[in-house]
Design a protein around this ligand. Structure first.
Ligand SMILES: *Cc1c(COP(=O)(O)O)cnc(C)c1O
Length: 433
């Protein structure tokens, strides 16, 4: 057919960005006026390289997943070995070593006592499973608890259940009328903590409380203190509200400890993990729970089964990538790197906190967020966001602002020199953008 062969010749003459534009719809992107998508051909350590050889520091760990740097040789080797042994197998009725081993290694290092692992394939589905576990837990026990408690400005993912428990925002606007009802509370602080705990103690039919511990990521890197969260959790325990810690972003060292909930006295009933799990190599999600939750599903009545599963549940390649990533995470040098980044961020924070363009600056572990002073124009859609994004890209740094908030969330192997380069770029941006 002359038509299609003609089209083929044309595509092969286009560069990757132009070919992309013809066939791809990108996430979180208004495609009408999107900037050309940068064609990345290679990753190494903290860097990715485009078609023309330009180098970028991946200062946001590629949407928070890449904790050990790109194309890590150790993870690559383990994945390659597994590819030749078993790439995938159905996970209902069958099991495999990487899935069992990962659960055996993960459960003991999680905060509190977590007993069972349920696998999915991303953060949103890990959250969906957590919500279903809680709602069905009460249903299986014959107690009608169907309400859910969450934070305003929370972000738990983009599927419908995960969107429902996320703060209403421009991301959810087109779907708000279809999202189920959730009770949203303010982040706790000294001023409101006693009202919040009193309120929780009065709740009767609330099934669970889902939260991002210590830091609300997509909501703008909003940080709050562990001691107030702990007080909320005490109230939840007393009111028999199940506790879901969404550690999808905070897990695996991000907040300075392996898991953010380590900083709490009260431990969660359920934990969601995904982003850093495979070291950013493969998609994988995990929802863990206590035996108490698990046992509420054990029954001769088939209706008490957790009917949930994804085609790629516990994919062996992803499990092996996670095992390799854990090996690296648990090395003392990784913890030293996390502490090093934490200390450097703290110095930078002191350096710029009084700058007139800095409306706010905050840090938790390896994450530092700088909020730009904008007068009134603070929305995600503002031009400032696009100017900042372009400014750093031009300097070879991938920083993806959330509205007027710039944050650094780097792979733990980032060097002091690269951190200093990013800090310097933020300082000049404060003068120039
Ligand atoms: C990113 C994120 C999710 C969703 O994970 P996806 O893999 O993008 O679906 C859920 N919860 C938190 C806290 C997140 O940061």
């Amino acid at each position: 057919m002359p038509d299609s062969s003609n089209r083929h010749t044309t595509s092969s003459q286009l560069n990757l960005t132009e070919r992309d534009k013809k066939v791809i719809w990108h996430p979180y992107t208004q495609m009408k006026n999107a900037l050309p998508h940068i064609p990345i051909v290679r990753g190494e350590g903290v860097y990715v390289f485009d078609e023309n050889g330009k180098r970028y520091i991946d200062a946001v760990s590629s949407w928070w997943v890449n904790i050990h740097g790109h194309s890590h040789p150790y993870i690559a080797q383990k994945v390659a070995e597994q590819l030749n042994v078993l790439e995938h197998v159905i996970f209902a009725g069958f099991t495999h070593e990487p899935a069992v081993l990962l659960a055996e290694r993960l459960l003991p290092i999680l905060p509190g006592k977590q007993d069972k692992v349920f696998y999915t394939d991303n953060g949103s589905t890990a959250v969906e499973v957590a919500l279903k576990m809680c709602l069905q837990y009460w249903d299986n026990r014959g107690t009608a608890k169907t309400k859910i408690l969450a934070f305003k400005n929370a972000y738990h993912g983009d599927t419908f259940g995960a969107m429902s428990v996320s703060g209403r925002s421009i991301f959810t606007d087109a779907f708000n009328s279809l999202l189920f009802d959730v009770e949203f509370i303010d982040l706790p602080d000294e001023g409101n903590i006693s009202n919040l705990t009193a309120h929780i103690l009065n709740l009767k039919d609330t099934a669970c409380f889902i939260f991002e511990p210590l830091i609300l990521g997509s909501g703008g890197m909003l940080m709050y203190e562990a001691k107030y969260l702990d007080q909320l959790l005490s109230a939840c325990k007393e009111a028999e509200i199940l506790i879901i810690a969404d550690e999808v972003m905070t897990g695996f060292g991000r907040t300075g400890t392996y898991f953010a909930c380590e900083k709490l006295t009260n431990k969660p009933d359920i934990i969601c993990l995904s982003k850093g799990l495979t070291g950013g190599t493969m998609p994988l999600g995990v929802t863990t729970c206590t035996n108490e939750i698990f046992e509420a599903f054990l029954s001769d009545n088939k209706l008490k089964t957790l009917y949930h599963g994804h085609s790629f549940t516990a994919n062996p390649i992803a499990c092996v990538a996670s095992l390799a990533s854990l090996d690296i995470l648990l090395k003392s040098e990784t913890l030293q790197n996390i502490k090093r980044i934490e200390a450097k961020h703290a110095v930078f924070l002191e350096e710029i906190k009084t700058h007139p363009k800095v409306k706010a600056i905050r840090q938790t572990g390896t994450i530092i967020a700088v909020e730009w002073e904008t007068g009134n124009e603070t929305s995600y859609l503002s031009n400032l966001r696009n100017s900042l994004y372009a400014y750093f890209l031009e300097k070879g740094i991938i920083l993806r602002p959330l509205g007027n908030i710039i944050y650094i969330l780097p792979p733990y192997i980032i060097s002091n020199e690269d951190l200093d380069y990013i800090y310097a770029a933020i300082k000049t941006a404060l003068e120039e953008v």
